[in-house]
Design a protein around this ligand. Structure first.
Ligand code: TYD
Length: 192
């Protein structure tokens, strides 16, 4: 089993030379369509968020960002910015310091996890590989496919973990026991 913390991974290719919100404030506020076409900018402090692809099938999705002097806007569109139709949205908030959430996997559910506010870490495990992602920007989402165990911890004070999910809540879709998940994940890998 290997592990990686993407904060240590090399910086991905930066899409343009813009410098994040500062640049966007300088844009002409009367030209929203033009702003919309602009590639997303990144701050140098974003580099630890950028991971090209995950070995577990998890990956960081760079969400559209509409910069505006009145405040930025990011959106998620089913089957456009994420590879699934959206049936449910939920969010974790008021998480006490030191607590962790998750601690399960899903048989069929796909999710996009966003640090809508603050920051937290997500450990993912597909049964053979683990990766740890640090989320602290509201314009990055962590895509988690089916059959991946996840644990969410290191919540900053006041953080909000927004989750966009492909299906309605269904307890039968959960693996709550890690051993059961591991057995099924490894059996599926052998059968593939
Ligand atoms: P759970 O998915 O275990 O929380 P976590 O995000 O920490 O993994 O859900 C906790 C409880 O909330 C559990 O009793 C099921 C319930 N729940 C719903 O009723 N609907 C939902 O959409 C979710 C996500 C959870």
């Amino acid at each position: 089993m290997t592990s990686a913390d993407h904060r240590d991974m090399p910086v991905g290719k930066v899409q343009d030379g813009s410098n994040g919100p500062g640049d966007e404030r300088a844009a002409d506020p009367r030209a929203p369509a033009e702003r919309r076409r602009r590639p997303t900018g990144r701050r140098s402090s974003d580099r630890r968020n950028f991971v090209p692809s995950g070995r577990t099938g998890c990956r960081i999705v760079d969400l559209p960002r509409i910069g505006d002097p009145r405040g930025n806007l990011t959106f998620v569109e089913a089957s456009q910015t994420i590879p699934f139709a959206i049936e449910r949205v939920y969010y974790l908030y008021d998480v006490p310091g030191g607590e962790s959430r998750g601690g399960h996997a899903h048989r069929k559910l796909e999710q996009l996890v966003i640090a809508a506010s603050g920051s937290f870490e997500v450990l993912v495990d597909d049964g053979s590989t683990t990766e740890r992602f640090f989320l602290n920007r509201s314009y990055y989402g962590l895509y988690i496919p089916r059959m991946v165990w996840r644990e969410i911890d290191e919540f900053s004070s006041g953080s909000v973990c927004l989750v966009v999910a492909s299906k309605h809540y269904d307890e039968a879709d959960y693996y709550r026991e890690h051993d059961t998940f591991l057995a099924d994940a490894r059996a599926a890998r052998r059968a593939a």
